[in-house]
Design a protein around this ligand. Structure first.
Ligand code: NAD
Length: 232
């Protein structure tokens, strides 16, 4: 399962590219690139402090909760582009964050030094144990996505694949669709049309995540029951 900003929209966290999205108020180059960090680290820290304050007030919604409960029936592996922790707070146990985590900071001297952020603020002058400034533990545009090989491995072994709330325009995450085994059906839950980079048939559920995810899980249960019957 690949989730994107859309799954957290109903929790009050803005997506990036919708009309009220974050990229309407902020320039990507200023707040989500290594060059932006070099130019004005204070601005970047304040952008993510705002995101953290927003997340502090947010709760998981029906879609996060349905995916967590689905672990009772399925071996659910969530690969998320989101930096929030709403999947974990809903109770999902296997969550891989492709683009980092908002509630963590990392050393600018040694990327293996990662720390939990207490509260919502990370400021200039907050240092790692080596004395270097801490930065948000976020994969910015133009940076490597270290979790990609593991994500591709997870997708390659899937019996069914789903994309929830992602415009699929950010690479390499969008390319994960290409690793789906030919026998695994592909579902997409999104209220808008999404262009999926595959020639394969895709089952679209054109709903908001809170409605679409429970519908999708029902369709998956039907698929596996039928599949089992065929095999008997
Ligand atoms: P995106 O903004 O490009 O696309 C969001 C998608 O969600 C759109 O297709 C939109 O139609 C859909 N959507 C909007 N409301 C929805 C709802 N209620 N239910 C289901 N779908 C809905 O986001 P993306 O594809 O995730 O882009 C990737 C980037 O966005 C990543 O880098 C990610 O880190 C970042 N991001 C994360 C968060 C978060 O952590 N919650 C928030 C904003 C952006």
């Amino acid at each position: 399962m690949l989730t994107g900003a859309g799954i957290s929209a109903e929790s009050g966290i803005r997506t990036f590219r919708d009309s009220d999205g974050l990229w309407h108020d902020h320039r990507i180059e200023d707040v989500a690139t290594p060059e932006g960090w070099q130019r004005n680290p204070g601005l970047v820290l304040e952008f993510y402090n705002q995101r953290r304050r927003e997340l502090h007030k947010a709760q998981p919604n029906a879609a996060h909760i349905a995916l967590a409960r689905a672990e009772e029936t399925f071996d659910v592996r969530i690969i998320t582009q989101n930096i929030d922790d709403l999947h974990e707070r809903a109770g999902s146990t296997k969550v891989l964050h492709l683009h980092g985590e908002l509630k963590k900071a990392r050393s600018t001297a040694d990327p293996s030094l990662i720390y939990d952020i207490e509260g919502t603020e990370l400021n200039l002058g907050d240092r790692c144990e080596l004395g270097s400034q801490l930065r948000p533990h976020i994969v910015w545009f133009g940076e490597d996505v270290p979790a990609m090989p593991l994500a591709a491995q997870i997708v390659q072994t899937a019996d069914v694949f789903a994309v929830v709330g992602s415009s699929l325009v950010v690479y390499p995450a969008a390319a994960l669709v290409q690793y789906v085994p030919p026998t695994a059906p592909i579902f997409v839950v999104d209220p808008k049309d999404v262009s999926v980079p595959t020639w394969r048939e895709v089952i679209f559920i054109k709903e908001k995540a809170s409605v679409g995810v429970p519908k999708m899980l029902e369709a998956m249960r039907d698929f596996f029951t039928e599949d089992k019957r065929k095999g008997e």
